[in-house]
Design a protein around this ligand. Structure first.
Ligand SMILES: C[S@@+](CC[C@H](N)C(=O)[O-])C[C@H]1O[C@@H](n2cnc3c(N)ncnc32)[C@H](O)[C@@H]1O
Length: 269
């Protein structure tokens, strides 16, 4: 693992303890039976009962366990040892049968065997990966012929805008296209706990264009069933987004741009 991913791993280890106590994740409500899965993935992925499901970048496993409660046989993967330890603890406490694997996604074929009916990943995953082509290979490797890949994620077009300015404007600040060198950000705040501070002061992210994401899957022989784009988001991506119902929307007066996308693909038999 390179120094950038090592730094990000330290950060995600720190974030795990903070997120586990946050209202955003509300672990107590989850333990009491509340699901954190959004209606988007529930409706678009459909019935998972009896299916094997590989959840890439599962954090501390609440969504993995959410799918398990719906009858899926789930394997969750993350490179944060603190996240995986907490996921295993919750899984045991709740009497579920998920398996949690500690691994960098990029190295997963060396750590895990088998193929799955569904490969699933969601909300804030791709920017942490240095190479989208390799990610596509990992997805293709673990998907059974005829299996389904599903992602719901923040839209690459939205990631170009300054996320800190409180002024209600969309200011293009970051590159849309990929470069090998990561973007450096000063770690502070988190979607789940905006005032959080971290000892790991730097975080590294990589841009991936929509074309690169789709081609990484197409190159593996996946057939894209749909690509949906959403003008709203499940977290306060920009300080001026307005919460309506379960989602955050752009205020009147700003152009509607996509904030999230979802994509479903099938691997040829
Ligand atoms: C924003 S979180 C995903 C959140 C998840 N959808 C949820 O709601 O709990 C991103 C996750 O990606 C993991 N991650 C980042 N880079 C990774 C890598 N190279 N391999 C495996 N996991 C990685 C982090 O540890 C973190 O748990």
């Amino acid at each position: 693992m390179d120094k950038y991913r090592r730094a990000n791993q330290n950060l995600w280890n720190e974030k795990t303890a903070i997120h586990a106590k946050s209202d955003f994740y509300d672990v107590e409500a989850f333990k009491a039976g509340k699901s954190r899965l959004n209606h988007i993935e529930l409706e678009e992925l459909g019935d998972v009962n009896g299916k094997s499901l590989l959840h890439l970048q599962c954090h501390f496993g609440l969504d993995s366990m959410g799918w398990a409660r719906l009858g899926a046989r789930v394997t969750g993967v993350d490179f944060s040892d603190k996240s995986i330890a907490l996921a295993r603890e919750l899984n045991t406490e709740l009497g579920l049968d998920c398996e949690f694997v500690l691994s960098d996604i990029m190295e997963l074929p060396d750590k895990l065997s088998g193929q799955f009916d569904i490969v699933f990943t969601s909300y804030g995953v791709l920017v942490w990966l240095p190479e989208i082509k390799r990610w596509g290979e990992v997805v293709g490797h673990f998907l059974k012929p005829g299996g389904t890949f599903y992602i719901v994620e923040y839209h690459p077009s939205a990631m170009v805008f300054d996320m800190e300015s409180k002024k209600p404007e969309l200011r293009a600040t970051y590159p849309y296209f990929h470069s090998t060198e990561p973007l450096l950000f000063h770690a502070g705040g988190s979607y789940a706990e905006p005032d959080a501070t971290f000892e790991q002061a730097e975080q590294f992210e990589w841009s991936h264009s929509m074309g690169d994401i789709m081609n990484a899957l197409i190159d593996q022989g996946l057939h894209i069933e749909f690509l949906h784009e959403y003008a709203y988001c499940d977290w306060q991506m920009f300080p001026f987004l307005e919460k309506r119902g379960d989602y955050y929307h752009l205020p009147e007066g700003l152009p509607k741009v996509p904030l999230m996308f979802s994509l479903k693909a099938t691997k040829h038999e």
